[in-house]
Design a protein around this ligand. Structure first.
Ligand SMILES: Nc1ncnc2c1ncn2[C@@H]1O[C@H](COP(=O)(O)OP(=O)(O)O)[C@@H](O)[C@H]1O
Ligand SMILES: O=c1ccn([C@@H]2O[C@H](COP(=O)(O)OP(=O)(O)O)[C@@H](O)[C@H]2O)c(=O)[nH]1
Ligand SMILES: [Mg+2]
Length: 196
């Protein structure tokens, strides 16, 4: 079965991870967070990219796609090898820029079908406040004001144009992510039920 992919996008702190966790409780999707995969690679003792990834994350910059796409491809292959029924994926926090998109198109485009983009729409202010709150316990190197300013800039300059591109292809499903977790999830469910 060809992998079926939903890209999950939105600003830092929009609630991508939170909503993906809720989705996998209710639907047969596998959640792959590009950020989580990069953080795991950063911590892997033998990784040749650990330091590079650490620098990019702290600076709110987007890691070169050759690194990210291999992590995603490997995770998808491992998932499907273990259980052939697990061919539906939520790819959270990717593609974030033109380089990401090109990397996906050259490595994965023929191997997987991108069904649509689930876009969590939220003001920058709400995004920043949620990340600062998360930063009290997340231990993340980028949940601080300085990194957040850069992450928001990267989001506006690099990621929004990717969302706009998918929008022009009629592939974006937008959810107002500024509301409470359960209200947001009600809309997410309606979208997923409709998409089948
Ligand atoms: N709808 C919501 N309302 C309030 N807080 C939220 C909501 N969704 C997520 N959060 C909180 O905001 C922070 C960022 O959420 P997260 O799901 O990690 O977002 P993202 O993956 O988009 O960065 C977390 O601390 C999370 O608990
Ligand atoms: O495809 C990706 C996904 C994430 N990141 C890096 O990882 C950080 C954190 O991403 P994550 O999705 O975990 O953050 P979130 O938006 O969920 O807060 C980003 O700011 C980038 O520096 C990246 O380079 N490429
Ligand atoms: Mg996240």
């Amino acid at each position: 079965m060809k992998p079926q992919v939903v890209f999950v996008l939105g600003g830092p702190g929009a609630g991508k991870g939170t909503q993906c966790s809720k989705i996998i409780e209710n639907y047969t999707y596998t959640h792959l967070s590009a950020g989580d995969l990069l953080r795991a690679e950063r911590e892997r003792p033998d990784s040749e990219y650990g330091q590079l990834i650490a620098n990019y994350i702290k600076e709110g910059k987007i890691v070169p796609v050759t690194i990210t796409i291999n992590l995603l491809k490997q995770a998808m292959e491992e998932t499907m090898k273990k259980d052939e029924k697990k061919f539906r994926f939520l790819i959270d926090g990717f593609p974030r820029n033109e380089d990401n998109l090109q990397g996906w198109n050259s490595v994965m485009d023929e191997k997987a079908d991108v069904k649509f983009v689930l876009f969590f729409d939220c003001s920058n202010e709400v995004c920043i406040n949620r990340c600062l709150e998360r930063g009290k316990s997340s231990g993340r190197t980028d949940d601080n004001r300085e990194s957040l300013q850069k992450r928001i800039q990267t989001y506006l300059q690099s990621t929004r144009p990717i969302i706009d591109l998918y929008q022009s292809q009629g592939k974006v499903r937008t959810v107002d992510a500024s509301r409470g977790v359960d209200e947001v999830f009600a809309d997410v469910k309606a979208i997923l039920d409709k998409e089948g």
